[in-house]
Structure formats: structure tokens, C-alpha cells
Design a protein around this ligand. Sequence first.
Ligand code: PLP
Length: 287
Amino acid sequence: QLIFLDGEFVSKQDAKISVYDHGFLYGDGVFEGIRSYNGNVFRLEEHLVRLYDSAKSILLEIPYTKEEMQQIIIETLQKNNLKDGYIRLVVSRGVGNLGLDPFTCKRPSVIVIAESLALFPKKLYETGIEIVTVASRRNRSDVLSPKVKSLNYLNNILVKIEAGLAGVPEALMLNDQGYVAEGSADNIFIVRGNKILTPPGYVGALEGITRNAIIELAKDKGYEMEEAVFTRHDVYVADEVFLTGTAAEVIAVVKVDGRVVGEGVPGKVTNDLLESFRELVIKDGVK
Ligand code: PLP
């Protein structure tokens, strides 16, 4: 496996960064998770826009242009002979002094890892998953906008820990006002009647690229698709619930906090959108 590290391709064993890198010391940096299907990198442009926006927001200058970064990603996939892969792109503040001051960091570190990935076992896409609501909250009023995909993922990790302790693969995070925000690394959708709802970005959800693709697909297919603020109660009484994310793709949720969703199996709308999503990803991407 070859990893892009600061301008060079190195083996997995040699892919190391300094303990003085502020990405390591402070989580000072940004990242993206991107996916390639049959050699097409899905929505690469959107991922790069989000990465560069996140970096700009934290005053981090990425030492490559978007076009160069696109090439680096394609090359990393090619060097690893991956047609179907998961790409992790990390830009950290780089090596500096101990102490928070990012101005001591001379050059950001850029890392691109590509490998194959299966987030949930295949069977779970047929059966759906169970989730619970956790105590960790998505804070809307953080100075750092939820739109910034930063290396500070402790909150999301706590969500994963709470899910693991409850014996379920994923969990639901509310925001500081108690409205439904998102999962640990995926967005939530609920279906009631012919209506499909997902929380708007300002509730605290990351504006996921899979989420955006599903919103477009749902509208194209004639569903009534709305961004709306909703509560746990709305999730409990929904006909269908599903999660979306680069790693998770589209996965049905069949139980929430012990309440069975709909018939307790992946619903019609979820399956319809999952199928359309799978068709979309193989034809819509950067080669
Ligand atoms: N929410 C969070 C906190 C995430 O980290 C992710 C993953 O990137 C998502 C949602 C889903 O976003 P996307 O579909 O762009 O992967």
C-alpha cells in the first residue's frame, strides 16, 4: 500500500508524521472521506470544495491547488490499483512548537490514504440497523461551524463509544436544544407518508455530500423532500428512517431507542433511494 505524504508516495510502514505536528498535538487540521466506485471518484469536486472551505475557515492554507489535489487523489488510487476504494485526505497545520500557536507551523502536512472499505457488514444493508440516542450533543453554537470538517472528532468518538456500550453500530446525536442533528459520521433522514425530512445544516448537521445526493435523487423521483427541524418523537413515529454518509452510503434504521420503525425492516422509500444511489455512484464521478 502506498500513501501520499507531503509530496511523496511512501509505504504504509514509512508513512509517519512528527509528534510535533499540530494535527496530532491539537487536532488542528481538516479532512475528507471520499469514495471511488469502479474507478470513478464520487463527487470529488464537492469534497474538494468542502475541504478547501473548511481549511479557509480555520485559516489553513493548503499547499496544493484543487486541481493538483485532484491529481494526487487519482494517482493515489492508481498506485494502489484501487477501483473501489475509500480515500482519506488529511491536511494538518503541520510541524510547530509545543504550544497552541499555529503560526509556529511552517507548512501543512498533506496525507492521502486509499484503501478498500466496508463500514457495515453487507447483511446490515438488508436487515437495517438499530440505533440509540446518546447523551453527547452536537453544539450549534461552537465557534467552529459544523460545516468545518475538522480533525476535532472527539464528540463524534464519544457518540461511537456510547453506541458501542449500548451494543449498536451507530447512534443518534441531538443538538444543544434537543433537536435531532445527525449520527457519529452520517446524516439522518426520516420518511412519513410521502414526505422525506432531513435536518438543515443550522441544526448542527454536517452538510454531507451523500445527503446532498440523496436530496437531489429524492426530488428527481418526485418525493416531497424537505429540510426540517424535528425531534426524537418524529423519529420514533416515522414510517422509515435511514442514515447517509460516504462510508455508510444509505443504510436503513429499523429500531430507535427500542421503538421499532415502521414494519421493522428497510422500507420502500429507503430501498428505492438506495438503489438509485447505487446507480448514481457508478456513473457520476471523476475518472
Ligand atoms: N456527519 C459527520 C459528522 C460526518 O463526519 C460525515 C462524514 O463525512 C457525515 C455527516 C456524512 O457526510 P458525507 O456524506 O459527506 O460523507
